[in-house]
Design a protein around this ligand. Structure first.
Ligand SMILES: Nc1ncnc2c1ncn2[C@@H]1O[C@H](COP(=O)(O)OP(=O)(O)OP(=O)(O)O)[C@@H](O)[C@H]1O
Ligand SMILES: [Mg+2]
Length: 624
């Protein structure tokens, strides 16, 4: 992170320009509104310079000639002009807000869409809280850049221009005097801008860190861990530390910008006093009319307040550009795994899986993740790829067959199953479905042909029915019930007070591990894919659950190609082929009987893992 900041400082103003160009690309969508807005602002600014001229005529002509009618008329005209200008600037302000809110919407949608398409490697390294903070705080910060750019910069610039022209027309000497103070304004605002930008960046980082702590601890698993280890006091002080940093940054930012505002007021006051000093003397000497001095006093306000607005705008824009940079940083991270050009779809997948000499290691973080979103202490780590996790694995799974994967812990079984679902790309070799390389397949098509049942199936915070429909959005209630009956979970759901409308997931009804797995199987049945990948639960199930899952599985896997990371004797006995993975290599392959005869890794695995299940296995006794 520090490295990145130094780099930015080096690039300085140039970087800002590049970012602003990109911002303009986002704003360009609203160009009609923007041009209309500019027109409104121009008219409103032009009108705004008129009232002082009217007052000047009133003081210098109408009053001395004692023309009461002219006094009234001029006062009314001045009022109408001011009202007209105010009304127009209201309309303009509303247009700016529309563009600003539209921009928030665009950025947020783009960011969300991009992030959810990131490869899984991104999510394993990214802190959720930091990511959410970027979608909330930074996007709003970025929007402020545009609304304040539009509504302040534009209207102020035009205001300053019109006012200056009028002032020069009235008296160039006083105008030059008034302008002498402008460099002071600019100098101060430049200084302050830098400081505020730095604080703003820090504030965003601090906020993100605080959010990260909250999202990690305030989910069920995190809260459970905190409770079970009795650490609430430590957690509270950790959090206070983060929150304290947010507080300090906030105080510093307010302090700086308030001091800045006071300094600006002081400069403006000096200008006004100076005007009356020199203007008053000129009136006494007879070189200037009173009306002109009064008009100048009004113009001074009209000149200084837009200039001070402009200088704060600069500050706002600079700090908001930080937000834009942070948003673009995420948008710029390439989608490492996405549709290749000319990717094809599988029309009617048969489900032939072919793994051809696959070597794999977990890729280096670079290119997959955003360093500033990574957990503390992780950034910079993982700059190199992992050691080989798979070393030349080959396999052919014919349509409709079951392949069991067994092997010691850490052998690479889960990794292998993830490669088939293309959560990662292979490092070398190839995986093909129906003869098509995964990398040449449309992601959607691949997702449609594969279902993965993981050990700990995740359920969204939603009703059971909605969770099931996630697998097939159009599924009828009858179809859902049928799938749940086959998955041996219907009776349990039907017995719940709200039945299929029971809200489950993190904040709802908690299903047991075995129940969740049966729900996951029901999802497979609803989706009806050509290929099923299943990571069996390691937990030793009681006979009845085991038997239920077994029957549910038999139905779910029927007629599909399945690759099962097997922990149950019944599964490996039912498999058409067994692959024994050991340290990323295929140590042995064959059927249960063949492998038992062969001895080696499989035989010892069998002794430690599977043989113990034999007496209570649903299939009966183990081969003996
Ligand atoms: N994201 C990752 N980055 C780097 N290395 C990883 C990552 N995930 C897993 N590994 C490593 O890859 C190896 C294989 O892991 P894998 O999860 O595939 O094992 P497994 O065979 O499924 O084990 P188990 O039976 O315990 O589930 C392990 O050494 C693990 O530490
Ligand atoms: Mg595993």
């Amino acid at each position: 992170m520090h490295h990145g900041r130094d780099l930015e400082r080096l690039k300085g103003a140039k970087l800002d320009r590049a970012v602003m160009l990109r911002v303009w690309k986002f704003v360009r969508r609203y160009h009609t509104q923007v041009y209309l807005y500019l027109a409104v602002v121009a008219v409103s600014s032009a009108i705004a310079v008129l009232p002082p001229l009217v007052f000047r005529a009133l003081i210098d002509d109408a009053i001395p000639s004692e023309n009461l009618g002219a006094v009234t008329a001029l006062a009314v005209v001045a009022l109408l002009l001011s009202l007209g200008s105010a009304g127009l600037s209201l309309v303009g302000g509303m247009m700016a807000v529309r563009v600003g809110e539209g921009l928030i919407y665009d950025l947020r949608s783009a960011l969300y869409d991009h992030v959810q398409r990131m490869p899984i490697a991104f999510f394993t390294r990214t802190q959720t809280g930091a990511l959410i903070s970027r979608l909330n705080n930074d996007v709003v910060g970025a929007q402020q850049a545009v609304t304040s750019t539009l509504s302040t910069t534009v209207s102020s610039t035009m205001g300053v221009a019109f006012t200056l022209v009028t002032m020069l027309y009235l008296d160039w000497r006083i105008t030059l005097f008034a302008l002498a103070l402008v460099p002071v304004y600019l100098l101060v605002s430049r200084r302050v801008g830098r400081v505020v930008q730095k604080i703003a960046r820090r504030q965003m980082e601090m906020n993100a860190r605080m959010n990260a702590v909250m999202t990690e601890r305030f989910n069920v698993s995190g809260a459970l861990l905190v409770k079970l280890f009795g650490r609430p006091d430590d957690e509270a002080s950790q959090f206070s530390l983060r929150a304290g940093e947010v507080r300090d940054a906030g105080i510093r930012r307010s302090l700086v910008s308030r001091t800045f505002a006071v300094a600006l007021t002081a400069i403006a006051a000096a200008g006004t006093a100076g005007l009356y000093l020199f203007g008053g003397r000129a009136v006494v000497l007879g070189t200037l009319s009173i009306g002109t001095v009064v008009a100048f006093a009004a113009y001074l306000q009209q000149l200084y307040s837009p200039i001070s607005a402009l200088s704060t705008t600069r500050v706002d824009i600079l700090s908001a550009l930080v937000s834009f940079e942070r948003v673009f940083e995420v948008l710029d991270t390439p989608l490492a795994i996405s549709d290749s050009p000319g990717a094809v779809a599988l029309e009617t997948p048969r489900g032939r899986v072919e793994v051809d000499d696959v070597w794999f290691r977990y890729p280096a973080a670079a290119g997959y993740t955003v360093a500033s979103l990574e957990a503390e202490g992780l950034a910079g780590a993982g700059s190199e790829a992992s050691d080989w996790v798979l070393r030349g694995v080959s396999l052919v799974a014919e349509p409709g067959t079951m392949t069991a994967l067994v092997g010691p812990s850490g052998a690479g079984k889960t990794t292998f199953s993830h490669l088939i679902a293309r959560l990662y790309d292979v490092t070398s070799g190839a995986i093909r479905i129906d003869g098509q390389d995964l990398r040449r397949l449309r992601m959607q098509s691949l997702a449609d042909s594969i279902a993965v049942v993981s050990q700990d199936a995740h359920l969204f915070h939603d009703t059971i029915a909605a969770n099931l429909r996630y697998a097939r959005p159009g599924a009828t209630h009858e179809a859902i019930v049928a799938a749940c009956r086959s998955a041996r979970i219907h009776d349990l759901i039907a017995a719940l007070p709200d039945g299929y409308d029971t809200v489950v997931g993190e904040r709802g009804y908690r299903m047991s591990g075995g129940e969740k797995q049966r729900i996951a199987i029901a999802r497979v049945l609803l989706k009806a894919p050509a290929i099923v990948i299943l990571d069996e639960a390691t937990a030793h199930l009681d006979y009845q659950s085991e038997a239920q899952i077994q029957r549910a599985l038999a139905l779910a896997l029927e007629g599909r190609t399945s690759i099962v990371i097997a922990h149950r004797l019944s599964t490996i006995r039912a498999a058409d082929q067994i692959l024994v993975l050991d340290q990323g290599r295929v140590a042995q392959r064959g059927t249960h009987e063949e492998l038992l005869r062969e001895g080696g890794v499989y035989a010892s695995l069998y002794k430690t893992q599977f043989a113990a299940q034999a007496p209570q296995g649903p299939v009966g006794t183990a081969a003996s």
